[in-house]
Ligand binder design. Structure first.
Ligand code: S3P
Length: 172
C-alpha cells in the first residue's frame, strides 16, 4: 500500500487538478493542498498580482520553496501549478514522498475549461487557444517524463476519475 505517501497531481492549467484532487482526497481520507493557494495566502496576493508586480521568475522562486515545503507532508493530495515541471528539482523533491500523477488533457478540453478564465497570466494573450497549444507542446514531454502514472481526463467526470485513480494506486 501507500505508506504515508502523498499523491502529487501534475498537468497543464485547466486540466482539473483542483477538482479531481479534492475528490480524490475525500475518497482516500487524505488532506488536500494546492500550492498556488499556499503562495497566494503567504504573499497575500493573487497569482495575477504576483506576476504583474514581481514577474514570472519571482513567482517560480516562490513555487520552488513551496514544493520543497509540501514535499515533507504525509497523506496529502498535492495539487501543483502547471509550471512545476519547469525545474527538475521540484519533481525530485515531490517524488521523495509522493506518487506523481499526470492528468492529461487535450488542448481542446483545456481551452473549453479556461475560455472564460482570467486567473492565468500566461494565457492572457490575444489567441488563448494558440497559446495553450504552444505551451502544451513544450510541457507535455516533461509531464510524461516525470510522472509515475498518466490518466486521461477528457471523457471522464472528476468523480469517476478520482475513483479510478484511487483504485489504481491502491492496487500498486
Ligand atoms: C502556471 C499555472 C498556474 C499558476 C500560474 C502559472 C503555469 O497553475 O501556477 O498561473 O506556468 O502553467 P494551474 O496549473 O493551477 O492553473
Amino acid at each position: 500500500m501507500m505508506n504515508n505517501k502523498n499523491i502529487v497531481l501534475i498537468g497543464f492549467m485547466g486540466c482539473g487538478k483542483t477538482t479531481i484532487g479534492k475528490e480524490l482526497a475525500k475518497n482516500l481520507s487524505f488532506s488536500f493542498i494546492e500550492t498556488d493557494v499556499v503562495i497566494e495566502q503567504e504573499q497575500n496576493k493573487t497569482i495575477n498580482q504576483i506576476f504583474s508586480i514581481f514577474g514570472e521568475e519571482y513567482f517560480r522562486e516562490l513555487e520552488k520553496q513551496t514544493y520543497l515545503k509540501v514535499s515533507n507532508l504525509k497523506n496529502y493530495v498535492i495539487s501543483t501549478g502547471g509550471g512545476v515541471v519547469k525545474y527538475q528539482q521540484n519533481i525530485i523533491n515531490l517524488k521523495k514522498n509522493g506518487i506523481i500523477i499526470y492528468l492529461k488533457a487535450t488542448p481542446e478540453k483545456i481551452y473549453e475549461n479556461l475560455k472564460y478564465d482570467n486567473k492565468r497570466p500566461l494565457l492572457n494573450t490575444k489567441n488563448k487557444y494558440k497559446t495553450i497549444c504552444t505551451l502544451l507542446k513544450e510541457r507535455e514531454p516533461l509531464y510524461e517524463k516525470y510522472s509515475d502514472i498518466t490518466f486521461e481526463v477528457n471523457d471522464n467526470t472528476p468523480f469517476v476519475l478520482a475513483k479510478d485513480i484511487k483504485n489504481n494506486i491502491q492496487n500498486r
